[in-house]
Design a protein around this ligand. Sequence first.
Ligand SMILES: C[S@@+](CC[C@H](N)C(=O)[O-])C[C@H]1O[C@@H](n2cnc3c(N)ncnc32)[C@H](O)[C@@H]1O
Length: 317
Amino acid sequence: MEGVVPISLDPLCHTKDTQRENTIVVGPPSLLSTVNKETSYIITGNALTALRQLPEETIQTCVTSPPYWGLRDYGIQNQIGTEMDISEYLNRLVKVFRDVKRVLKTDGTFWLNIGDGYTSGGRTYRAPDRKTDNGHVVRGLPFRPPTPAGLKPKDLLGLPWRLAFLLQEDGWYLRADIVWYKPNILPESVKDRPTIAHEYVFLFTKSEHYYYDYKAILEPAVSGKGRRNKRSVWVVNTEPYPQAHFATFPPSLILPCILAGSKPGDFILDPFLGSGTTGLVALQQKRNFIGIELHPEYCELAEKRLAPYATILKTEA
Ligand SMILES: C[S@@+](CC[C@H](N)C(=O)[O-])C[C@H]1O[C@@H](n2cnc3c(N)ncnc32)[C@H](O)[C@@H]1O
């Protein structure tokens, strides 16, 4: 693809950081009312309510990928993504991200990864169940949500853009629609449209002017001479994290977001932490993070994944 340059940032360091002692506190949302800048947090709770505990203007950059609509049953009450109505799903996300805006610094950035989907067209296909290495089974949703009003069978939902427009209406500045091109995507059995091989990473900001270190993410120029401002198509292979059942961030997808959006010592937020990839990249880049995750088992997964990089402190209050 012309003009597309594969990500070529320095490889992530996977060894324990000996220059800096990290601490991760694990516990309930009440911890968020008095966060300490030198510490990271894994919070077991509902993003819709937990964020309310966090003081405003605490976070420099938020990087997240919410559950997609109508795909997985995480098997826990208050999960997002199982709504029968697309508007209800979108409104819940707008509410979560309204609180993200409140806790973001005035010059902060918000990087949102979201994929699209198709209307069910009356089909009853169910995403297959998957078993994690620790034996936990995650079910595909036992139903497909009905075709939203105004759409037809086989319509592409346009879900990322529906959400982006709602967030713009809610006051966010939409600054970029980054296309995440996935060269290694699995084939689809379709013969009447191209195989979908991309998702979006939207860059939103709270203000017209904001912190964005373009020099930190320069990419090689096509001529081979020198470097240039990073382009809006990012070529990144998907990289499953073996213990997680759900789609996890490839670390190199979110590295540029963290490098351009923050400085060492800043707080990075992920309100849908999953297996903790945002925390991993944040710590490796000498940032602290706050991760919120509804499912206690996935909090434990993130905790185990990050244990080589930090001292873990568990607390009940
Ligand atoms: C797509 S996964 C995130 C994966 C993550 N980016 C990673 O790299 O591992 C979405 C996560 O959101 C969690 N989730 C669903 N509803 C939630 C809610 N209301 N509050 C917080 N987390 C929620 C799910 O349990 C799931 O782990």
